[in-house]
Design a protein around this ligand. Sequence first.
Ligand SMILES: Cc1cc2nc3c(=O)[nH]c(=O)nc-3n(C[C@H](O)[C@H](O)[C@H](O)COP(=O)(O)O)c2cc1C
Length: 395
Amino acid sequence: MKTLFDLREKQDVEIYKDIQNLYNEPLKIVRLEDESITPCIGCWSCWLRTPGKCVMKDKMSEVYPDYVNSDTVILIMSTAQGFINHNAKAFFDRTIPHYHPYIELVNGECHHVARYESYPDMVFHYDNENLTNKEEQVIEDYLYRTAYHFKSKAYRIVKEGNLQLRKLESRNANNQAVHFSSTNPMDKLVIYNGSPRKIGSNSKLILKKTEEVLSDRIEIRDLKEEGKWEEWAKTFKNEEHVMFFMPLYVHAMPSHVMRFIEKLQPSKGSISFFVQSGFPESSQSHYLEAYFEQLSLRLERTYLGTAIKGGVESLQMRPTKSQDKMIEPMVKAIVNLVCEGNFSTTDIQQLARPVRFGGGRKILFKLLSKKFINIFWDKKLKANEAFEKRFDRPY
Ligand SMILES: Cc1cc2nc3c(=O)[nH]c(=O)nc-3n(C[C@H](O)[C@H](O)[C@H](O)COP(=O)(O)O)c2cc1C
């Protein structure tokens, strides 16, 4: 079976016929218009309570069998603000039930272990009309990366006269193409917290500690408060210094963060980013860093840089002292930014270690993952009486 998921904002049907011409069997068309995909809230129920099943009751949950049972999925997406739009991003975030929480090391990077025997080829199509060449490349790199981690082959449908199918080959992110700048010490930094988690958010904890040090030199705004978005998008134009702080979700931002970013207009002032992720290696966040560099150019703001910290999912399993030790360098990076007007390059490089696993670290991680990390997931599964169902393949 081959399924075409239409995730676009405006779903004109003409393109279906052209895409159908690329295949010699009928495509199943699934239309997932805006609002039909509830954003992932990072509750981990699909891993720890109902293995393989998302708790959300929406159209996306209804079409999971179509995804898993296809040999090819074709995703047609809209772009916005130089990236795939929030609806396409929500689709990717909601795909994690098809993988295990268990971790394996592949080429020095963490991957989630496959739940199913095989996964469909992923074929992407997006309109490049409002994109710069660099933005188009950033999106393609991101999509390649996502398919790679989803254990799928990646293809892109491009228009070269007619529509053509092009295989996407392995590549690294084109991050650090824009240099970190500096500005004056800040009277006030507005920080948008992009964690979708309602309880147990790591971002919230880190930002609380930052507030204890910087008090009213920072103002934290929680992007879960959607009712305030219109006002915040308006005031963005006049805010001198703004930071987006978020967890990494499928190699990019959580979908609601993208939805807010879509509302922003070019304006004067600085912009900076802080990405914290579950896996220890910072290379996971390079594709998002590459996008944020382009976003800063699009918004015409001074790019102060992107700080990356991996291994944060383990934060709240640690004793208080060890939590403080992990949080301290993250707070220090933000304090430096506010008080000096720039990130300290040495601190940011230190924070981003390891970039990937190499040599001895690889062996150590393999031992640790068997002994501690995967056992941690097992403990949680047992506590939820879901251990026996951990290898379920519901679709
Ligand atoms: C849907 C989803 C996707 C994620 N994708 C990644 C990823 O690609 N790489 C990674 O290292 N961590 C990933 N994570 C882990 C989060 O970044 C990590 O748990 C983070 O610390 C959560 O922060 P928060 O509690 O502030 O929301 C993902 C988590 C979720 C729920």
